[in-house]
Design a protein around this ligand. Structure first.
Ligand code: DGT
Ligand code: CA
Ligand code: CA
Ligand code: ZN
Length: 578
């Protein structure tokens, strides 16, 4: 059981308690703990074994007991008991986007509705519109939301890119050690850095002949829990954690064609084949062939594209979103690279919910090649992570200068803050403001608002003049929490007017903003800030996940604010403040 699963179990418990009428103040502790655990970099399982659970901020006696129970028995008895007493289906109902706890309680009490099916039927029959705060518009929205939910729950489970990337890198390293392997890389949606991945596609090139040793290395690894099919050229496995990986062994002369074909996307390949047909060429995973069936390309990817009159393009662009035309016209963007990123403007330390000290974070960032960072611990409102008030911020600022000096000025450390955007859109920053050099404004609480309310709240924060960047702008947690309802177009407009930047948060479960919003930001002229939101030195490397999303959004260096020098960044900020 990983941290996210524990956090989810605690959230469930809180939901069940609240549905059952447990006092709100008792429930709050579990919700707070769930959020704190979400941002934790150490494995809870280990902390439990070591009896160190209560060292985690936000985890008190009651929460620690439930977590231990969860690890021992795989469940929380109280949650099971509460669930057994509640009508089945009510929890599903409550978790529907656009419903939530209050509405679930309302339709349960007023209309005896306890399942999604019943809710849908009632909405379609117009039987909800008379309820307080409902109306026909909300009924219609609910029907749309339920349809989307059904589609999602029927779809097979996709995994976060980061998880797939780590697994794939381990497989590739293993395969490259096998005698006879000439090349090995992963392809598919992972090579394109899609935010979630259905399965991992591994390609190996090897000399003709027996591939038994290669197949054996692939299927025999310790983290393989199931072998789905075993052939001489294609084999599939299931890894611990449920992720599937396919291996294909291809002839060396077809390496480029195979990489191109199996990288996809399917839409990109289909569009490409259409272009090829116009030139009387045929493209397959074996190569590019002319009308006589003679092979004209295939050894490397660039040759495959060149044969069709196209420039090679980075995998992140291959989604049939205009990249083929651009490759033909020679107008492909020069995509941002990780080495372009000079600073990291969102990270936490042991002062709040981070696991590494200020010094450790600064030193690690310096080692990673950053020339500046902003230390942005949480603000006072987030009491469950010991958010910083004015006095502690002042003390931290002093420490920052000491650490900066200690490192001989090799890295610039901005005194920052991740200020909470409160429910009314004010920022939790008031007194501390003049001393701060970088303010990330983020929504962490009161997520269940209407689209109008949430948009108004965030726009108000943007227009306050007190924040430099909007942190994790939609609050989503991939596979767990939907983005909150917000009008991104209106938010970007406000940012463009106010001179505020938008974050692309690289935490694997967030990747927030997503590629679509990042492209909208680019088109709206709003600078993107690529941040790690690291809560430990290890997590500083999370930027590698965010960069994939930035590239999928067609971002170049100039669209990303923290590719600029520290001086230029300060000048950008000064322009807004003047
Ligand atoms: P995923 O695994 O769902 O995240 O997405 P992909 O893109 O990795 O898809 P996958 O694993 O089914 O197939 C890998 C690549 O193989 C895909 O991106 C393109 C290529 N491919 C698969 N099926 C077809 C097909 O029917 N036609 C063409 N042109 N290419 C295909
Ligand atoms: Ca795949
Ligand atoms: Ca596949
Ligand atoms: Zn945050």
């Amino acid at each position: 059981m990983d941290n996210l699963a524990v956090a989810r179990a605690l959230e469930d418990l809180a939901d069940l308690q609240e549905l059952s009428g447990v006092a709100v103040f008792k429930v709050r502790a579990f919700r707070g703990a769930a959020r704190a655990i979400e941002g934790l970099s150490e494995a809870l399982a280990e902390l439990t074994r070591e009896g160190k659970l209560k060292d985690v901020r936000g985890v008190g006696e009651g929460v620690a007991r439930r977590i231990s129970e969860l690890f021992e028995t795989g469940t929380i008895a109280e949650a099971d008991e509460l669930r057994a007493k509640l009508p089945p289906g009510l929890v599903d109902l409550m978790n529907l986007p656009g419903v939530g706890l209050k509405t679930a309680q309302q339709v349960w009490r007023e209309r005896a509705i306890t399942t999604v099916d019943e809710l849908e039927a009632a909405a379609r029959a117009g039987k909800l519109r008379d309820l307080p705060r409902f109306g026909q518009k909300r009924e219609d929205k609910l029907i749309v939301a339920i349809e989307a939910w059904r589609k999602r729950s029927a779809a097979p489970k996709r995994r976060p890119m980061a998880e797939a990337l780590l697994a794939a890198e381990a497989i590739v390293a293993r395969m490259l050690d096998v005698p006879g392997v000439l090349a090995c890389e992963f392809a598919g949606s992972l090579r394109r850095r899609a935010e979630t991945v259905g399965d991992i596609d591994i390609l190996v090139s090897a000399a003709d002949g027996d591939h038994a040793a290669i197949i054996e290395a692939f299927t025999g690894a310790p983290d393989v829990v199931e072998v789905l099919g075993k052939g001489d050229t294609k084999t599939s496995i299931v890894l611990e954690g449920g992720m599937q990986a396919d291996l294909r062994v291809v002839p060396h002369a077809s390496w480029g064609a195979a990489m191109q074909y199996f990288t996809g996307s399917k839409d990109h390949n289909v569009a490409m084949r259409t272009l090829a047909v116009k030139k009387k060429l045929k493209v397959s995973e074996y190569g590019v062939f002319d009308a006589q069936g003679a092979k004209v390309a295939g050894e490397d990817e660039a040759s495959v594209y060149a044969a069709i009159g196209l420039a090679w393009m980075p995998p992140e662009l291959r989604e049939n979103r205009g990249e083929l035309q651009a490759a033909k016209d020679g107008t492909l963007p020069k995509l941002i690279e990780l080495s372009d990123v000079r600073g990291d403007l969102h990270m936490h330390t042991t002062e709040t919910d981070g696991k590494s000290t200020l010094e450790q974070m600064a030193e690690a960032a310096l080692r990673a090649g950053r020339s500046y960072v902003a230390i942005t611990d949480h603000s006072e409102t987030l009491a469950f992570v010991r958010g910083l008030g004015k006095e502690r911020l002042r003390a931290q600022r002093k420490r920052i200068h000491e650490v900066e000096e200690g490192l001989g000025g090799a890295i610039r450390i901005f005194a920052g803050l991740e200020a909470d955007i409160l429910a009314d859109g004010t920022l939790d920053v008031e007194d501390a403001l003049p001393e701060l050099e970088w303010v990330v404004g983020s929504v962490h609480q009161h997520l269940k608002m209407t689209r109008e309310e949430m948009t108004k709240r965030v726009v108000r924060a943007i227009e306050s003049g007190k924040m430099d960047c909007l942190g994790h702008p939609t609050g989503r947690q991939i596979g767990w929490r939907e983005p909150y309802e917000i009008d991104m177009e209106a938010v970007l407009k406000a940012m463009s007017r106010a001179g505020v930047a938008i974050e692309l948060n690289s935490t694997p479960s967030r990747l927030d903003i997503d590629e679509h919003t990042a492209r909208m930001a680019r088109d709206a002229g709003v600078p993107v800030v690529l941040n790690s939101d690291a809560h430990s030195v290890r997590e500083l490397s999370q930027l590698r996940y965010g960069i994939g999303i930035a590239r999928r959004a067609w971002l170049s260096k100039e669209h990303v604010l923290n590719t600029r020098s520290a001086g230029d960044l300060q000048a950008w900020r000064a322009a807004r403040l003047s």
